[in-house]
Design a protein around this ligand. Structure first.
Ligand code: SF4
Ligand code: SF4
Length: 637
């Protein structure tokens, strides 16, 4: 059974993201829209799995901005709505975010921002509480899956009470840890409503916006007062002259550290879940009873600065610490936190934290790599060979964010610039106009729909000579196979129109558009060479869509259908140890033997056949002839 379908009263082990989803369901969610991004993806993915059962609308939107706008507009119709995205996704939606504070909303509207301290799968570790301060939108944060579910419900009510958006901030440790969550009743779902026209509120022309700004500041004052009464903010008075103020994951780690250090009950603790705006009266009450305070928070010293300003403004004589004791960079954990807490509490750090156990074995480095049989690997190889055969040596690759980011490493080196999602064609545009180098922009299919189309139009309009290569594996692969407008089905699995990349390119005026199958090496190289020739001769844009479904998706489909995956093997008598298969294609299933001849691990081989096609000595062969069924499964597109 889907974990979100258990009846009220059940205690279910949920991932933090599932708990957020359950909280939204228990709050009467009627509409959810998101773009996938780690660590937020499972929120809307789990909602999609139960949308039909509960009767709300769920969609994967083309990007975070569209998701935000969709959920915002649904809220204006009186439908409780949620949008979810990874932290950098909020940058994409920031324009709408800033303005939504001016108009406010009608039904509860929750913006889930899942952040990634330590950058496990992101390009930065921005702290989106700044967005709350910047936009005058409250930011709430939980420390556990259980609290996340409850806080989401509170946030929906809060949003509806003030007719104002609320940001729910999660981080990797909350989103991706599991914990027991008790289910409450699900109210009847309101998934349709009506937009009541009010141009003075919902159309932000300057005359309206000026008045709305005044109202926003008034509303913010009420919100600042209300957070003092949040049941999720908790003060624990232990009669100490020391105080620790914490928020988000900091609370859970803090309680563990106090226990380990044997100082539980020897310090006052103020746990804050409404970190923006900080609950001033609660903080001042607690500060007034101590001589020294420490603020524990993950990433930026946002609460710390607030507390210092408040203490200064109110003339409270209390020494306040924060990032002088607690790390500014990366995720918090007990190992990192315990040193700062011990210093603040003036107690020694236990020896096992001073000298952590060191392994005496050396673990070999395992750099991230594209999967065996990944079509991107074949595309990269074909692109490089086509450029070389065309005599183009001086190339700059403007890359993008997705699985293909792994092309940054040897042997491909096809990501020279990688700034943000959708940034490839825009960067290529600048390069194309000022540099004599041949410019290639590389992006995935989901990224193409997400943010590349305006840049594509720009490159046509401004006559920017470049080769655009889309790596179309038919799905948003990096976040776990969520569909996109080119997949032909929706978040709930319903069939829908397929929006073709080639059609978009032709529609916006790209004169050279072609499609290749990266598993047909010879044909792909020939077509790429023609595209390169077009760019050189016409000083214009050429787009080549390299279309093959993600190997992992294909192999899992094959297994489900009972279709066997063909394996390939090296005939050692024919192999001349040239190294092309393991050095230039670098499939992880192929390794060099001590005599430099190649060997294929049959457990890793996914039967793409590319190594066979590139071996100049015909030394690689399938162990069995690939079946018709296998050809069919590979053709899933
Ligand atoms: S490409 Fe062929 S000949 Fe060269 S190492 Fe690989 S299997 Fe051997
Ligand atoms: S066929 Fe060759 S390139 Fe493809 S997965 Fe198997 S070993 Fe790797």
């Amino acid at each position: 059974m889907h974990p979100l379908l258990y009846p009220p009263g059940s205690v279910v082990l949920l991932l933090g993201n599932e708990a957020i989803a359950r909280g939204a369901i228990e709050a009467g969610l009627g509409f959810a829209a998101a773009y996938p991004g780690t660590p937020s993806t499972e929120i809307v993915e789990s909602l999609a799995g139960v949308a039909e059962h509960y009767g709300f609308h769920v969609e994967w939107s083309v990007n975070e901005k569209v998701a935000f706008e969709s959920a915002y507009a649904a809220s204006l119709c009186g439908v409780r709505s949620l949008t979810a995205m990874k932290h950098v996704g909020l940058n994409v939606a920031a324009d709408a975010l800033m303005s939504s504070a001016y108009t406010g909303v009608e039904a509860g509207f929750l913006i889930v921002s899942a952040e990634d301290p330590d950058m496990w799968s992101s390009q930065n570790e921005q702290d989106n509480r700044y967005y709350g301060l910047h936009a005058y939108i409250p930011v709430f944060e939980a420390y556990s899956p259980w609290e996340a579910k409850e806080l989401v419900k509170y946030a929906f009510n809060f949003s509806e009470k003030f007719k104002h958006p609320v940001i729910f901030r999660s981080t990797t440790r909350v989103s991706h840890s599991s914990g027991p969550v008790k289910f409450d009743a699900v109210p009847s779902v309101k998934s349709s409503g009506r937009f009541v026209k009010d141009p003075s509120r919902f159309t932000l022309v300057p005359a309206h916006a000026r008045k709305l700004r005044v109202k926003l500041i008034e509303k913010w004052r009420s919100i600042c007062e209300e957070v003092n009464y949040s049941p999720f903010n908790k003060y624990i008075d232990n009669g100490s002259r020391k105080l620790i103020i914490c928020c988000g994951t900091g609370y859970g780690y803090l309680m563990d550290c106090l226990k380990i250090l044997g100082v539980e009950g020897k310090v006052n603790v103020l746990k804050i879940s409404t970190s923006v705006p900080a609950p001033r009266r609660l903080i001042m009450d607690a500060l007034g009873r101590c001589d020294e305070a420490l603020v524990v928070e993950e990433l930026e010293p946002i609460l710390e600065r607030d507390v210092k300003v408040m203490a200064f403004e109110e003339g409270v004589k209390c020494r306040i610490h924060g990032k002088d004791f607690i790390p500014l960079i990366g995720e918090l954990n007990i190992d990192k936190l315990i040193h700062g807490i011990a210093k603040f509490m003036d107690v020694p750090v236990p020896s096992n934290f001073l000298n952590p156990l060191k392994l005496s074995i050396e673990i070999p480095a395992r750099p991230p790599t594209l999967c065996a049989g990944c079509p991107h690997r074949a595309s990269f190889l074909e692109l490089k060979w086509a450029l070389a055969k065309s005599g183009v040596r001086d190339v700059v690759y403007a890359g993008d964010i997705g699985c293909y980011s792994l092309g940054v490493d040897e042997p491909f080196r096809v990501q020279d610039i990688m700034l943000e999602m959708g940034g490839g064609i825009g960067s290529a545009n600048g390069l194309a106009h000022v540099s004599n180098q041949f410019v290639v922009a590389i992006m995935g299919d989901s990224t193409f729909y997400h943010a590349c189309i305006p840049a594509l139009i720009n490159s046509v309009y401004n006559k920017s000579p470049m080769l655009i290569m889309v790596l179309d594996n038919r799905i948003t692969a990096m976040t776990g196979h969520q569909p996109h407008p080119g997949s032909g089905f929706t978040a709930t699995g319903a069939k829908t129109e397929e929006v073709k990349i080639e059609d978009i390119a032709r529609g916006v005026g790209v004169r050279y558009v072609d499609t290749i199958d990266p598993f047909n090496v010879k044909d792909s190289i020939e077509k790429l060479m023609k595209a390169i020739k077009f760019v050189l001769e016409n000083r214009a844009v050429a787009l080549v869509n390299s279309r093959r479904a993600c190997t992992l998706m294909v192999v899992s489909n094959a297994r489900r259908k009972g279709v066997s995956v063909p394996r390939y093997a090296v005939d050692v008598d024919l192999c001349r140890a040239c190294g092309i298969c393991y050095n230039q294609l670098s499939c992880p299933a192929i390794t060099p033997m001590p005599d430099k001849k190649a060997s294929i691990d049959p457990l890793l081989c996914f039967g793409c056949s590319v190594c066979m096609q590139i071996c100049p000595f015909n030394a690689i062969k399938p162990l069995e002839t690939p079946s018709k069924d296998w050809e069919e499964v590979w053709r899933v597109d």
